[in-house]
Design a protein around this ligand. Structure first.
Ligand code: ADP
Ligand code: TYD
Length: 202
């Protein structure tokens, strides 16, 4: 089972991804948690490059996809084969929102590269944490990267909501302004309703 968390920076994705990972491990499941870009040494290095260099949009897109294919081939596929539940902090929808809608790269191009990087293995469920821009920016604080400026993030946030409406069977839009535990209880409830993963009784 492949579960992803998405949302703009400061939406609370990493917090929820970690909570779910710890909950699964404590409940006796075999689970893995990776961040995208990241998860392998190569992908972690690419992540640093992306954050350090202000590259053109296509180069940026290709770097994200290269990192992703490394994560998918070297970690996600083997883990899924072993029967692990794999949790990802960001994945394909980030690229559609940030590079497709945000940087205005052709959406067909983004979709093809996403498809190649993940070999068509889409997540079984995607939790999209939705928070207003001001809440996200307050949570991020002063430590902003080049991805975290207000105007750009507004486009990305709108894009995420659009993507969620287009893929309702996979993507669940969650109100991320509630406290961490309330959001997490909804995550558990939805995993039961949509995937039959009954964690509440654990
Ligand atoms: P993201 O991974 O989406 O950038 P994080 O999970 O790292 O977001 O959270 C960003 C900041 O907001 C952290 O300081 C975290 O403790 C805080 N935070 C996360 N979830 C919530 C929440 N539901 N309510 C209030 N603050 C939160
Ligand atoms: P990350 O550090 O995980 O962001 P945060 O923890 O703040 O949510 O990701 C680094 C940045 O990379 C983030 O601002 C979003 C951006 N990003 C893209 O632009 N495209 C992508 O495909 C991915 C995965 C991330």
């Amino acid at each position: 089972m492949l579960i992803t968390f998405e949302g703009i920076d400061g939406s609370g994705k990493s917090t929820q991804a970690r909570k779910l990972y710890e909950y699964l491990i404590n409940s006796g499941y075999k689970a893995s948690l990776y961040r995208d870009p990241g998860g392998t040494e190569l992908a972690e290095r690419i992540r640093e490059l992306i954050l350090d260099f202000d590259v053109n949009p296509i180069t940026e897109l290709l770097l994200f996809e290269t990192a992703r294919s490394s994560l998918v081939w070297e970690r996600v596929f083997p883990d899924l084969k072993e029967g692990r539940i794999v949790i990802l902090d960001r994945f394909i929808d980030s690229t559609v929102a940030y590079q497709g809608y945000g940087r205005e790269i052709n959406l067909g191009t983004v979709s093809i590269l996403n498809h190649i990087a993940i070999r068509g293995r889409k997540p079984d469920i995607t939790f999209l944490l939705n928070v207003p821009l001001d809440v996200a920016l307050t949570r991020v604080g002063q430590k902003r990267t080049r991805f975290e400026n207000g105007e750009y993030l507004r486009k990305v946030r709108d894009a995420y909501i659009l993507i969620a409406h287009q893929e309702k069977e996979r993507i669940v839009l969650l109100d991320g302004t509630r406290n961490e535990d309330e959001v997490f209880m909804e995550v558990l409830k939805l995993l039961k309703e949509r995937l039959g993963l009954d964690l509440l009784k654990c």
